[in-house]
Design a protein around this ligand. Structure first.
Ligand SMILES: [Zn+2]
Length: 383
């Protein structure tokens, strides 16, 4: 750490949750004792750091021990799907303090949906005793992250170009950050389950197919936020199957939940959604098991291109179809190992998601924490 370290940079050190004395912080940072004292005073005044006492005695009284106070601010997070939302209040580590699951219809439009979220957050916040640092929202469609506006989202009538942050700030006048749910799933899986992985791909297989990329330990959104759009890459063997995007032969058109369901229905096994497919697999239906395994192979063939280009060390499979269990993973592994060069797969692990259906909510909270506690933002706030 540079000798000019700011309060924000000092807090970054303390966010590991370990308590430290002033002397330990002086040794760790190389800052003058007076500087550490001033920086700590600013953080303690802001409530972000607590003096815990009980340090080793340095002669007379025990030295103070300073520790990050994750409960000093609240984060409001939500993951919005087509027909439901997971809404939470978290602390500054992204740990949920209270959570609610709502049924809603994204097609009711932004004013109704965001109003419902605001009322739910208000109810959850009323039970807590700390100010709100920011709001994070994951939406089921493309979002221009820099402005928080959805961009031509296919299943979200009325949302195109809508200023989501401005609407939320009518109720909570704090920074509001918005992204698509798959990016936030990747951020959630990374921060909660795999924080030391530097390069990973998180795949969501459900009604659609998408992915989020973690590159050098950070979310990679690409030039306009469109990175990771796995579902509309041409799948080998997809032929000319039409896709909802208007093209033919997309991965999503052959390997998504509804695509598998349609194939099963054609073969005389009625199914419509990912949920139906998962239920059939879990009941031991061999045709459904084979269809999911083939979808895994189709996804793996396309992902193999991503493995060669991006060289991840971890691929996480999530989304409702991943609840079909080993069949999907087995197909993905089979195709990736067959199609990739040995060096690219030598240290590659392919694992199921561990955050079930709350990954994007946890990612929304992590996005706000990263923003609110970044030295840039925090030092401006404390100045
Ligand atoms: Zn497509």
């Amino acid at each position: 750490m540079s000798p000019t370290a700011t309060p924000g940079e000092l807090l970054r050190l303390l966010r590991d949750g370990q308590s430290r004395t002033r002397a330990e912080l002086v040794a760790e940072t190389g800052l003058a004792r007076s500087t550490v004292r001033a920086r700590l005073d600013a953080l303690v005044d802001a409530g972000l750091v607590t003096d815990r006492g009980n340090g080793a005695s340095t002669g007379g009284r025990p030295a103070s021990r300073f520790v990050f106070n994750a409960r000093s601010r609240l984060v409001l997070a939500a993951e919005v799907g087509a027909t439901h939302a997971t809404v939470a209040v978290t602390d500054l580590t992204g740990e949920p303090l209270a959570t609610d699951r709502l049924n809603l219809d994204i097609a009711d439009g932004p004013d109704v949906v965001l109003g419902t979220l605001a009322r739910t957050w208000q109810k959850l916040v009323d039970e807590q005793d700390a100010p709100v640092a920011g709001v994070g929202i994951g939406l089921p469609g493309p979002v221009e992250h820099s402005t928080g506006r959805p961009t031509n989202p296919p299943i979200m009538p009325g949302w195109n170009g809508y200023d989501v942050p401005a609407r939320v700030r009518q109720d909570f006048d704090v920074p509001v950050l918005v992204d698509n749910e798959v990016n936030l799933m990747a951020l959630g899986e990374h921060t909660r389950c795999h924080p030391t992985e530097q390069h990973m791909i998180v795949v969501k297989v459900a009604t659609g197919i998408g992915s989020g990329l973690i590159s050098n330990g950070a979310l990679h959104r690409g030039a306009v936020g469109a990175a990771g759009d796995l579902g509309h890459i041409l799948a080998p063997g997809a032929g000319d199957v039409p896709c909802r995007c208007g093209n033919t032969g997309c991965l999503e058109a052959v390997a998504s939940g509804p695509a598998i369901a349609a194939k099963l229905t054609e073969a005389g096994i009625p199914a419509r959604t990912s949920k139906d497919v998962v239920a059939l697999v879990q009941s031991g239906n061999p045709a459904a098991g084979q269809a999911v395994r083939q979808a895994g192979r189709d996804i793996g063939e396309v992902l193999a291109g991503g493995v060669s280009l991006f060289n991840p060390s971890l691929i996480v499979m999530g989304g409702s179809l991943s609840q079909a269990g080993e069949m999907l993973l087995a197909g993905v592994r089979e195709a990736i190992y067959r199609r990739s060069l040995p060096l690219a797969t030598e240290h590659l692990r392919i694992v199921p998601s561990q955050t079930a259906d709350s990954a994007a909510m946890l990612g929304a909270a992590a996005m706000v924490v990263q923003h609110a506690l970044s030295p840039d933002v925090l030092d401006r706030e404390l100045a």
